[in-house]
Design a binder for this molecule. Structure first.
Ligand code: ADP
Ligand code: GLC
Length: 491
């Protein structure tokens, strides 16, 4: 089976969040299942230089723009990567979606519409390549127009659209439809119109043969008004083809026994090295070295989704407790300022690092005792899984993928060996503080704490099972695509 895996980011070429991790690891797991996979992303400034064996695969004109398709391999990998280059569109410094003021690039609609048109052309084998996919796997709004554009062709590959985050929909002003040269008939709430705006994500939700999201829990939640972001009706309508497949993690990249970014390695049989990483982290961030004081970590985009404001509201209570907090993140400027101000007020308790830092992210996962993730919603979440693997006990909200991966600690779950973290049931700071206090009490019992750590460390978080589920999903999408379309006379 030939798969064209379409994403707007992929680690290590470019990453702003979990989508990058997934697009950089799931295609490898699909290769292991003997699928013929091509990963396609835009040719951002930093991407081309990172590939091995790079060559120009094709050059053509698309709507007046000259497009160059580069092919290469990720170093040390068999995965073929295609980079789409069009002058002026993607080759810019910084974040792939935001300008240097943190605002969306003004031409995002044009950029990702062009990317989608090129993907569509390649998917239909109309670029002179001797390769056509059986299934096109699109991810998030940036690729949402692909299933819609493909639906215009009677002979087309099957399409799968994966929702990584329904809160980001790719909404653009009404005149974008015409500017982008999209069919006028798409201006309807049955198609791409969403409350007077053009919605890219609806392209995927309306037209894909199958829709998936990144945990079974989130697949259920997004069909409700609380989590559906106004799209719950459409998702319920398509529930027969909507499913949830839990993300895996790259267990080579995130392995405390081999992680090259760590000061000392450790594993579930010997946790001694973890203590060393904790001390190194405290020193690096200027916190007092206190081996017995629990250190709580957090690495995150600083946005409302992640419940950062809930943590801020809890800080005055938290600093009274015997703990230290270390936070790494960037995003909302107001949240950034509030965090750095608090860190200055509580230098012995709270260390804050604003920015994006892959090395520090790994060191926090390894050096912290607990990991905080009180998200308001969480399609899957990868950091709680990295934490489990690093013996860093997660404290999470009972939503989406967090609820699917973390089992709250109680007498019962300790006895049956499933306890691996702590779960908060509401999104307020009082409940969060209460749960953190509960974790601190358990921390004092060394044997019990070690049980929590090793339960998480021994959990199978790899892509193995989920990749099999994607294979089954691709087959379902192919079946759906081969069915006659009602009303076309093909029935
Ligand atoms: P989301 O995709 O919603 O941001 P995930 O938990 O799925 O959340 O994935 C986030 C990924 O981005 C993780 O790999 C995390 O380590 C990484 N990350 C987020 N913020 C930073 C940061 N400031 N520095 C380094 N890595 C970060
Ligand atoms: C999104 C979600 C996150 C998920 C990631 C990868 O960014 O917010 O929960 O883990 O995508 O699927």
């Amino acid at each position: 089976m030939r798969i064209l895996f379409v994403s707007s980011e992929a680690y290590p070429l470019i990453k702003t969040g979990g989508l990058g991790d997934v697009a950089g690891s799931l295609p490898h797991a699909l290769l292991d299942l003997q699928l013929d996979v091509r990963l396609i992303i835009p040719a951002y400034a930093t991407a081309i230089g990172q590939l091995d064996e790079t060559k120009i695969l094709a050059q053509f004109s698309e709507g007046g723009d000259t497009v160059t398709l580069h092919e290469g391999r990720l170093p040390g990998s068999q995965l073929k990567v295609w980079l789409v280059d069009a002058p002026g569109y993607f080759d810019r410094p910084g974040n792939p979606y935001l300008d240097s003021n943190g605002q969306p690039w003004v031409d995002n609609a044009e950029r990702f519409a062009l990317f989608s048109r090129i993907v569509t052309r390649l998917a239909l084998n109309q670029a002179g390549l001797d390769w056509a996919p059986d299934v096109v796997h699109c991810n998030d709004w940036q690729t949402g127009l692909v299933p819609a554009l493909l639906a215009l062709s009677p002979q087309r590959p099957a399409t799968v659209f994966t929702i990584h985050n329904l809160a980001y929909q790719g909404l653009f002003p009404v005149d974008s439809l015409q500017k982008l040269g999209l069919p006028a008939s798409w201006w309807s709430h049955h198609v791409l119109e969403f409350h007077g705006q053009l919605s890219f994500i609806k392209g995927g939700l309306v037209f894909a043969d199958c829709i998936s999201t990144v945990s079974p829990g989130y697949a259920r939640e997004i069909q409700t008004a609380e989590f559906g972001n106004g799209l719950e009706g459409l998702l319920r309508h398509r529930s027969a083809v909507l499913s949830g497949i839990l993300n895996g993690i790259d267990t080579n990249e995130w392995n405390p026994a081999t992680d090259p970014l760590l000061e000392k390695h450790y594993d579930a049989n010997n946790l001694f090295g973890k203590q060393f990483n904790k001390q190194a982290l405290q020193t690096a961030l200027g916190l007092p070295q206190k081996p017995g004081t629990p250190l709580i970590g957090l690495v995150s985009r600083l946005v409302t989704q992640k419940g950062i404001d809930i943590i801020l509201d809890a800080i005055s209570d938290l600093v009274k407790l015997p703990l230290q907090l270390v936070l790494l993140g960037s995003g909302d400027r107001i949240l950034e300022t509030r965090l750095t101000t608090l860190a200055r007020q509580h230098p012995n308790k709270l260390a804050v690092s604003i920015g994006y830092d892959e090395t520090l992210a790994h060191r926090i996962e390894a050096g912290a005792d607990m990991y905080l993730m009180p998200s308001r919603f969480e399609p899957c979440g990868l950091n709680q899984m990295y934490s489990l693997r690093y013996g860093t006990v997660p404290i999470v909200r009972n939503v989406g993928g967090l609820a699917d991966t973390v089992t709250d600690t109680s007498a019962k779950t300790l006895a049956n060996g499933t306890a691996n973290g702590f779960v908060v049931n509401t999104d307020n700071s009082l409940a969060l503080v209460k749960t953190i206090k509960r974790a601190l009490r358990r921390y004092r019992d060394k044997a019990q704490w070690q049980q929590l750590q090793t339960t998480g460390m021994r959990q199978d978080l790899s892509w193995g099972n989920s990749a099999q589920e994607y294979l089954a999903l691709y087959r379902r999408a192919q079946q759906a695509n081969s069915r006659p379309v009602p009303g076309t006379g093909d029935e």
